[in-house]
Design a protein around this ligand. Structure first.
Ligand SMILES: Cc1cn([C@H]2C[C@H](O)[C@@H](COP(=O)(O)OP(=O)(O)O[C@H]3O[C@H](C)C(=O)[C@H](O)[C@H]3O)O2)c(=O)[nH]c1=O
Length: 152
C-alpha cells in the first residue's frame, strides 16, 4: 500500500492528490531538480521509487518556516517501499543511483507550467550534499538560477 487517505489524517496531514506522475530515468546519475511552482501555486508530492534507487531531496522555500533554506534527503528504492511527503512550498529533486530508475509520485495541486521554477541543483547557498558530483541534467536544470535569482 502506497497511500491511504485515512492513514495520514491522524497525523493531521491532509493530502488530496489531483494527479499522479511517473519519471523514468535510464541512466545512473540522472538528476532532476530542484523543481517547484511559485507561491501560492505550490504542490504537495508523495514520492516513491517503483524501480531502481534514488536519492530524493526537498528544500524548504517557505520564508516563514524555521527550516527556510534547509534541505533534507531520503534514499528511496523499489525494495524498501518507502515514500516521502514533500510539502507545498518546498523544492523537489532527485538523483538516480541505479539504471532504469522510475520515480512515481502523487501530486496535490494543479500543474501550472507557467508557474514552474527551478533552483540550481548545486546552488552554494543551499549546498545540498549530492552523492553524485557530475550528474546528467536536462537543459532546463543545467540553466537554473541560483538562490538569489529565484522567485519563490
Ligand atoms: C510535472 C509535470 C510535467 N508534465 C510534462 C511537462 C513536460 O513536457 C514533461 C516533463 O516535465 P518536467 O520537465 O517538469 O519533468 P522532470 O524534469 O521529470 O521534472 C519532474 O521531476 C521533478 C523532480 C519534480 O518534482 C517535478 O514534479 C517534475 O518537474 O512532462 C506534465 O504534463 N504534468 C506534470 O505534472
Amino acid at each position: 500500500m502506497f497511500w491511504e487517505r485515512d492513514l495520514l489524517s491522524p497525523q493531521s496531514i491532509s493530502f488530496s492528490p489531483t494527479n499522479a506522475n511517473h519519471s523514468y530515468n535510464t541512466h545512473t546519475g540522472t538528476l532532476r531538480g530542484m523543481h517547484f511552482q511559485k507561491s501560492p501555486h505550490g504542490q504537495t508530492k508523495l514520492v516513491s521509487c517503483v524501480s531502481g534507487k534514488a536519492w530524493d531531496v526537498m528544500v524548504d522555500l517557505r520564508d516563514d518556516s524555521s527550516t527556510f533554506g534547509k534541505w533534507h534527503a531520503t534514499k528511496l528504492s523499489a525494495a524498501s517501499g518507502q515514500a516521502v511527503l514533500i510539502p507545498a512550498g518546498c523544492g523537489h529533486g532527485f538523483v538516480t543511483l541505479e539504471p532504469n530508475t522510475t520515480i512515481a509520485y502523487l501530486i496535490e495541486g494543479q500543474y501550472m507550467p507557467d508557474q514552474g521554477r527551478v533552483l540550481r541543483w548545486n546552488d552554494p547557498t543551499v549546498a545540498i550534499n549530492w552523492p553524485v558530483k557530475d550528474p546528467v541534467l536536462s537543459d532546463k536544470d543545467a540553466a537554473a538560477p541560483d538562490w538569489d535569482q529565484c522567485e519563490f
